[in-house]
Design a protein around this ligand. Structure first.
Ligand SMILES: Cc1cc2nc3c(=O)[nH]c(=O)nc-3n(C[C@H](O)[C@H](O)[C@H](O)COP(=O)(O)O)c2cc1C
Length: 199
């Protein structure tokens, strides 16, 4: 078998190996260009997808819509804790304002495709699409971070994104511009998580 020619792939490998999430506090107000958002979404379309189910859904949240998401977060907080202090309610409302763009990524699964394509495989596909999106955003020079928290799994939030019982809200991907690179992190040693399996 011919040896793989790895010389041409270093930019891709660099993007993967050096990927790091951008803390939302570092985002400026500048929004990603529309053409760049379309490229990110195009990158998500090449996620591995058993049976071409296309179980990914992306909801772009920008401008005033971020306040609507904040109001929903505050409502969900009050459902969980009717006596939540005002400061916590205001914090919940302000959460989506930390980035100019949030892309909510959902797994909209088709249970009728199981057992050939189990629901879990469809969720994995949508999660892979989310990671493609994040890597594409970062490769284009944007900062990005996946955030969830209890809001992502609250019934009212799930309903707002049209999710049925077996669907999942996988993450709110916060995307924006930053004046400094994402903080570099020490990564785990892959060898510690790798073994030769011989049966
Ligand atoms: C599905 C998913 C949900 C996440 N939710 C949160 C979250 O709610 N809050 C948080 O601080 N980090 C969350 N993270 C982790 C961050 O996205 C990020 O990976 C973490 O800050 C570590 O930074 P790094 O990506 O540069 O290693 C989540 C990651 C994933 C994959």
């Amino acid at each position: 078998m011919a040896e793989a020619d790895t010389s041409a792939v270093s930019p891709v490998l660099d993007a993967l190996i050096n990927r790091a999430s951008m803390p939302p506090r570092l985002f400026s107000d500048a929004a990603p260009a529309r053409a760049d958002i379309e490229r990110m979404l195009e990158a998500a379309m090449s996620a591995p997808d058993h049976g071409a189910v296309h179980p990914w859904r992306f909801h772009l949240i920008e401008g005033e819509a971020r306040n609507k998401l904040g109001d929903l977060f505050a409502e969900v907080l009050l459902d969980r804790d009717p006596f939540a202090p005002t400061a916590a309610i205001e914090k919940a409302k302000a959460r989506p304002l930390r980035a100019p763009l949030i892309i909510t990524v959902c797994a909209k699964v088709d249970p009728s495709r199981a057992p050939k394509i189990p629901v879990v495989e469809q969720v994995v596909t949508a999660a892979a699409a989310m990671e493609h999106l994040v890597i594409a955003a970062q490769a284009m020079g944007y900062g990005a971070i996946i955030l969830t928290g209890p809001n992502a799994h609250a019934g009212k939030v799930r309903a707002a994104f049209g999710l049925d019982r077996e669907d999942e809200l996988l993450g709110f991907v916060y995307i924006g511009c930053a004046d400094e690179p994402a903080p570099a992190k020490e990564r785990p040693n892959a060898a510690e998580y790798t073994s030769e399996w011989n049966g």
